[in-house]
Design a binder for this molecule. Structure first.
Ligand SMILES: NC(=O)c1ccc[n+]([C@@H]2O[C@H](COP(=O)([O-])OP(=O)(O)OC[C@H]3O[C@@H](n4cnc5c(N)ncnc54)[C@H](O)[C@@H]3O)[C@@H](O)[C@H]2O)c1
Length: 328
C-alpha cells in the first residue's frame, strides 16, 4: 500500500513557523551551492491566449538532504484576486525519489508565501550594506511576508510602504503595528526610495516602478514581482547583478524582457546567492555599489520547506496528517 499524506492549510498555518522557514530556505540555497540539488528551470504555462488571466509554473527539484523529489505547482490567478482571494495559489507534492511513490500533498499557499518572504530576508542578510531603511513597493501577500521575515533577522529602523492602492498600504501598516520600527505611508515610490538601504519591488505590475535616480549608492534592490518593475537603466546599470537562479532570471522576472531583446544573457549576472553563501562567489564588493537582485523563486525551497514540515507533523502531530491509499 502506498499511503499519501495529505496536509491541509490549517495544519500548515498552525505548525509552519517563520524562523524555521527562513532557516530552511537558507539551507536550500546552501545545498544548491554545494551541488546536492537537481533543479531544472521552471516552466511557465500561460492561459492568456485562451482568455483566462492566469498562469501556472511547474517547479520540480530533487534534494539530496531530504531525499525527496518534489514539485511546486503554483500560479497567479487574476479572477481569484478579484474575488477577494489570494492571487498566488500553490500546491506542493513530494514523492519517493527511488520508487516514485507519491508521499505527500500539501496545501501550498502558505508554504509558498513564507518561503518567498524568507528569500528577501536572506538575500538582504548576505547582500545589503545597511538594513536600517527598507522600502516595500507592493503591499500585498508577498510583500507582507517579505517584511515579516526581514523583521525576524534584520535590524530595521524604518519601513516605508508603497502601493498604488491606499487601502493596501493602510492594511500593511496596521499589520505591523507594534513592531520595533517606524512605518511610513509612502504613496509615491520615488520619495519612498530616497536614502533607502533596501528596496523591494513585489507587485503584480509590469511597468517600471523605480529608476536609477531613486536609488542611492550602496542600496540593495530586490525585484521580486513576476514581471519588469524597474527601468532598463537601473537594471542594466546596476554595479552588480545577483540572483537566486541565473538560468531562471533570463526567462522570468525583471530581466526577462531584456534577455528577449538580447541585452542580457546568463553571463550578465555576477553570481547566484547560493554561490555567495558557500563562498564560491563574492556578494557585495563595496559599501557604495548598487546591487540589483532579481529573486525568481526556486522550487527546491518549497520542496525543502514541505519536507521539513512533513517530518515535524508525522513526528509531533500525527493526528493532523490524513493518509490516502492512492493505489488502493
Ligand atoms: N519572486 C518570487 O519568488 C515570487 C513568489 C510568489 C509571487 N511572486 C510575485 O510577486 C508579485 C506579488 O504577488 P502577491 O501575491 O503579493 O500579489 P497581491 O495581489 O497580494 O499584491 C500585489 C500588490 O501590488 C500592488 N500593485 C499592483 N500594481 C502596482 C503598481 N503599479 N504600483 C504599486 N503597487 C502595485 C497591488 O495594489 C497589490 O497590493 C506577483 O508578481 C507574483 O507573481 C514572486
Amino acid at each position: 500500500m502506498s499511503k499519501v499524506a495529505l496536509i491541509n492549510a490549517s495544519a500548515v498555518q498552525r505548525h509552519l513557523f517563520t524562523e524555521d522557514v527562513i532557516r530552511q530556505v537558507e539551507n536550500t540555497w546552501r545545498w544548491y551551492g554545494e551541488g546536492t540539488i537537481e533543479m531544472p528551470a521552471k516552466i511557465t504555462l500561460n492561459m492568456e491566449s485562451q482568455g483566462i488571466d492566469s498562469w501556472m509554473n511547474s517547479m520540480p527539484s530533487y534534494i539530496k538532504a531530504t531525499d525527496y523529489v518534489g514539485i511546486k505547482w503554483v500560479g497567479g490567478f487574476a479572477e481569484s484576486r478579484a474575488a477577494g482571494k489570494p492571487y498566488i495559489r500553490a500546491s506542493v507534492f513530494l514523492a519517493d525519489s527511488h520508487m516514485g511513490d507519491l508521499r505527500a500533498v500539501f496545501a501550498g499557499d502558505r508554504i509558498s508565501d513564507m518561503r518567498t518572504g524568507a528569500q528577501a530576508a536572506i538575500m538582504s542578510k548576505y547582500l545589503a550594506a545597511k538594513t536600517e531603511i527598507v522600502t516595500l513597493i507592493g503591499a500585498g501577500v508577498q510583500g507582507y511576508w517579505c517584511l515579516e521575515c526581514m523583521s525576524k533577522i534584520l535590524d530595521i529602523k524604518e519601513a516605508r510602504i508603497c502601493d498604488i492602492n491606499p487601502a493596501a498600504r493602510e492594511r500593511m501598516i496596521k499589520r505591523f503595528e507594534g513592531y520595533p520600527f517606524g512605518l511610513i505611508d509612502s504613496p509615491d515610490n520615488s520619495s519612498g526610495c530616497v536614502g533607502s538601504d533596501i528596496i523591494i519591488t513585489v507587485t503584480t505590475a509590469n511597468v517600471p516602478l523605480i529608476g536609477k535616480k531613486d536609488v542611492k549608492p550602496g542600496a540593495l534592490v530586490l525585484t521580486m514581482g513576476s514581471f519588469a518593475e524597474a527601468t532598463d537603466e537601473l537594471l542594466l546599470g546596476a554595479d552588480r547583478k545577483i540572483t537566486d537562479s541565473i538560468a531562471q532570471a533570463v526567462h522570468r522576472g525583471s530581466y526577462a524582457h531584456l534577455a528577449e531583446k538580447g541585452l542580457v544573457d546568463e553571463s550578465s549576472f555576477d553570481a547566484d546567492i547560493s554561490s555567495v553563501i558557500v563562498g564560491k562567489a563574492k556578494g557585495r564588493m563595496s559599501e557604495d555599489e548598487i546591487i540589483v537582485a532579481p529573486i525568481i523563486g526556486m522550487g527546491a525551497t518549497d520542496a525543502a520547506v514541505a519536507a521539513m514540515l512533513l517530518e515535524k507533523l508525522e513526528r509531533d502531530y500525527p493526528d493532523e496528517v490524513f493518509y490516502f491509499d492512492i493505489n488502493g
